[in-house]
Ligand binder design. Structure first.
Ligand SMILES: Cc1cc2nc3c(=O)[nH]c(=O)nc-3n(C[C@H](O)[C@H](O)[C@H](O)COP(=O)(O)OP(=O)(O)OC[C@H]3O[C@@H](n4cnc5c(N)ncnc54)[C@H](O)[C@@H]3O)c2cc1C
Length: 522
């Protein structure tokens, strides 16, 4: 795999052209590629580019900030099909790996480039375990450069800006058009493709009530989890010094809200108060009864205060408006959504927002007359084969796409759906390239899983009606199920060893502390 950008992130912007050239030369030698993109952070860092051919003997190109050479991604092979995958989450990364695992006729094996704004794939269902200390970052958020080392997949760290498809029926020809279109990246590069996979996911929607954008924290990606962990650690240190209770408000009692409330209340124990707010008068309205009851038991045992039947009207800073965000707490004004309840104002040191998301496709710049068909939520509409309607060379999957099941219901935006869609997308690209019929996607609901803390979880498998695995058994089963779904055999193996070693150490520590207790009481 060519590391087109991960290596570049080692370079601070202030480095001079000479030093950059050396790095570019090194990168080109390892990658065999003739362009190199440099960026430190997806959104704000200044960038430099090398886009001229670099000799295979290790020669390099002098570059400067004013480099103006054409910035077109050069595919290594002129003949083989070019597949560009946007987004390296459950949809995108697993499609790339699926393409890699299929058997291809020699001249048809596609060249695959995977573009993501982040340098890491994030296994989002296990972000909670970063707060409980159960997992390390590398285990659930491995670098693309590590994951793709032994594959032919090229990784490019960049942010997608504009799509310029030219496969639209009636505009630029039919399915047999020579190219599928072009993607423009924020760095200025463009990638011409034959097949495009859209898997950009979604982002949290906080602009719903006044104050949420400014004061509430989302819990959606690795950065959110790290920031929350740091905030909790800071408050824990304060609590250690002055004994002040740590107050956490969780807005929303869907899966995300309940998993957060359970994880944080377990972490804080009697040092904190966790309040969870929900508009309906129950938690987990869409979950199975078994999961809901298991979650309710855990939340009650951890003294999580449930404020059910309330809407958050606004969030404000508490006390002195001059005090910095770091120091002050927040006030949440709650408005009853059910009869018989009274308005309330609650205080919190941390407000976590878990409601709503918006697909990222709407943020891409308009792409001329060949715009993609988006539904009201901003998801790309696909046909059953996961091709975007009217765009035979674009596949879309995961949170940024929409497909109705045969019963007319939209597929949920879950990792389970994206993971299964990736399998079909990979296969259907194979079929399209080899002129075979494409398969219609059928979602197979395998059930629901949720974490409820370090030794607790709830699982309701769909294939055994009424069964819910709870407590440590559910916890072990969930972890095993996720271990199996981690990307690449090599990563799974490393994580498996690591988790096994951690649980062995934990068991020994538990045994020791039990022995000490027994000995001290005898
Ligand atoms: C905290 C949390 C817990 C969850 N738990 C579960 C669970 O238990 N079970 C379950 O089934 N689902 C769960 N989900 C939902 C699940 O994670 C998503 O449905 C799934 O990740 C969707 O996959 P995706 O490929 O569409 O998007 P993602 O996995 O989000 O991947 C999108 C990728 O696109 C990249 N990207 C976005 N915009 C750009 C851009 N402009 N340029 C370049 N790159 C870009 C992002 O960096 C990201 O890597 C959870 C989600 C969260 C946030």
């Amino acid at each position: 795999m060519a590391i087109l950008s991960a290596a570049s992130s080692l370079l601070p912007f202030s480095h001079g052209a000479k030093r950059l050239s050396t790095k570019a030369s090194l990168a080109s030698r390892t990658s065999g590629f003739n362009f190199y993109s440099l960026r430190n952070s997806p959104s704000c860092a200044p960038r430099l580019y090398v886009s001229r051919a670099v000799a295979n003997n290790g020669g390099y190109t002098e570059i400067s900030e004013n480099e103006t050479a054409p910035r077109t991604y050069t595919w290594p092979d002129k003949k083989r099909p070019r597949v560009c995958i946007l987004g390296g989450g459950f949809g995108g990364l697993y499609t790339a790996l699926r393409l890699e695992s299929l058997v291809w006729p020699d001249d048809k094996k596609p060249q695959v480039v995977l573009v993501d704004q982040s340098e890491r794939f994030v296994f989002k269902p296990m972000l909670y375990e970063l707060l409980s200390g159960e997992v390390d970052v590398w285990e659930i958020a491995p670098r693309f450069s590590d994951l793709l080392t032994n594959t032919g997949i090229q990784f490019l760290r960049d942010r997608v800006k504009t799509l310029l498809p030219c496969d639209h029926f009636g505009v630029n020809g039919s399915e047999s058009s020579v190219t599928g279109g072009t993607v423009l990246l924020e760095s200025g590069f463009n990638i011409e493709y034959d097949w495009l996979v859209l898997a950009l996911g979604a982002e949290p929607k906080l602009d719903v009530v006044p104050g949420a954008m400014e004061f509430a924290l989302p819990f959606y990606n690795l950065e959110d989890a790290i920031r929350l962990n740091e905030k909790l650690s800071k408050l824990e240190r304060k609590n250690f010094k002055d004994g002040s209770a740590i107050k956490v408000a969780v807005v929303g009692c869907g899966y995300g809200g309940v998993e957060l409330a359970a994880t944080i209340s377990e972490r804080l124990q009697d040092r904190g108060i966790v309040q969870a707010i929900n508009v309906s008068n129950s938690i987990l309205p869409s979950a199975s009864n078994g999961n809901r009851e298991a979650a309710m038991k855990v939340l009650n045992s951890r003294k999580v205060q449930l404020l059910l039947g309330y809407l958050v009207r606004c969030i404000k800073r508490a006390g002195d408006s001059e005090s910095s965000e770091e120091d002050g707490g927040f006030l949440l004004e709650l408005q009853p959504a059910e009869r018989g309840l009274e308005s309330q104002i609650i205080e919190a040191d941390i407000v976590l927002w878990t409601i709503g998301s918006k697909p990222l496709l709407t943020e891409l710049e308009p792409s001329g007359p060949n715009v993609l068909p988006l539904n009201v939520r901003g998801q790309a509409e696909t046909d059953e084969t996961l091709r975007v309607k009217g765009h035979p060379r674009i596949f879309a999957l995961g949170d940024s796409s929409s497909l109705r099941e045969s019963n007319g219901k939209l597929l949920p935006t879950t990792a389970q759906v994206a993971f299964q869609e990736a399998d079909f997308t990979g296969w259907n690209i194979w079929a399209a390239i080899n002129n075979r019929p494409l398969l219609p996607f059928r979602f197979q609901n395998l059930g629901e899983m949720m974490t409820l803390g370090r030794y607790d979880a709830a699982i309701s498998p769909s294939f055994i009606e009424g069964l819910t695995l709870e407590g440590p058994v559910g916890h072990a089963a969930r972890k095993l199920a996720y271990l199996i779904r981690l990307p690449t055999d090599e990563h799974r193996f490393k994580v498996g060893i690591s988790w096994f070693a951690k649980s062995a150490v934990e068991s020994i520590a538990l045994l020791q502390s039990n022995l000490t207790k027994v000995l001290s009481t005898s």
